[in-house]
Design a protein around this ligand. Structure first.
Ligand code: L34
Length: 293
């Protein structure tokens, strides 16, 4: 089958251009710029890349942004103190703490310390609770990016069988909830599969839409996929590749080369969900800015 790419990079670029235009208009009318602060603790190489990409996206869009880089050995109380001071800083609209955090820090405690009105990651229990019952709030960036991508490509979702592989708080669980909501893009019949699911293949094969977010390279094989399925690959796994200068390359949770020919639409990795995550973060930061005005 002739498949089409769900081009996250291009879609994110379009959204970023729209945001940039809106910010230019705000500034031309004498308004202040939206502002994001990101906290990065430690030296996780992937996190460094993602935060650097966010910083650049903010600059491109005309946002003010700041990255607070803290050493790996930063204590939990010091991090909480930093968050509290940013909560109170009227110049900051959005605050994110890049995950994962070093093991000695309690992630849930840190997330709960963020002022929900600045919680542009949508990870705070209040944000997640509002999302769950369909109230207006910040949606977590990766699930939001996935929905936007489906929307911009006019992918039909009503009544579709959607299988979400993964149950994490930042992707699997929220995206399953959002796709089951009333309206578009939603109205799916959602099945959430995970590491304890018996016979994942059986569920995956029934899916019209697969959201793969398990973090295992090449997990989704061609014999697990129905002809004509739509696949969103959330995985970003680094695997050794001696033919590359860097010695590694990024692959998703889907065995793309074998699976893509069976799909109607599929996201690439890189250039799929990753860039959409960043575009959604900008959208949320602009929303936080507008809420405060
Ligand atoms: N607090 N932690 C918090 N918020 C988030 O929204 C995230 N996430 C996830 C990890 N931890 C987080 C991100 O920022 C994943 N994520 C993220 C962001 C950007 C990219 C990937 C994941 C991204 O830019 N991906 C590029 C390739 C980047 C590369 O070269 O490594 C892509 O094309 O997929």
């Amino acid at each position: 089958m002739e498949y089409k790419l769900l081009d996250g990079k291009a879609t994110a670029a379009a959204i970023r251009a729209e945001i940039k235009q809106e910010v230019e208009d705000i500034v031309a009318n004498g308004g202040r710029r939206p502002s994001l602060t990101a906290i990065l603790v430690g030296n996780n190489p992937a996190s460094k890349t993602y935060v650097a990409n966010k910083e650049k996206a903010c600059a491109d869009a005309g946002f003010t942004s700041k990255v607070i880089r803290l050493p790996e050995e930063t204590g939990e109380e010091e991090l909480l103190e930093t968050i509290r001071s940013i909560n109170e800083d009227p110049a900051v609209d959005g605050l994110i703490v890049q995950l994962p955090l070093p093991r000695h820090i309690d992630e849930q405690k840190v997330i709960a310390a963020i002022d929900p009105s600045k919680d542009v990651d949508g990870f705070h229990p209040i944000s997640q609770g509002k999302m769950l019952i369909g109230q207006d709030t910040f949606l977590p960036a990766t699930p939001m990016g996935i929905l936007t991508l489906l929307e911009r490509y006019n992918i039909e979702t009503k009544g579709k069988n959607c299988v979400v592989l993964g149950r994490s708080n930042i992707v699997g669980r929220p995206v399953a909830n959002l796709l089951s909501r009333k309206g578009y893009p939603g109205d799916c019949t959602v099945t959430m599969c995970h590491s304890r699911t018996k016979d994942i293949e059986r569920f995956a094969k029934e899916a019209d839409i697969i959201i793969a977010a398990i973090g295992i390279p090449f997990f989704v094989k061609e014999d697990m996929v129905k002809e004509g399925a739509v696949i969103v690959d959330v995985g970003i796994n680094s695997i050794e590749d001696s033919s590359r200068k860097s010695g590694y390359r990024l692959v998703g949770d889907v065995d793309f080369d074998k699976v893509a020919p069976k799909c109607s639409y599929i996201t690439p990795v890189p250039g799929g969900v990753g860039p959409m995550t960043i575009a959604s973060l900008l959208q949320n930061t602009l929303k936080a800015y507008k809420n405060r005005k």
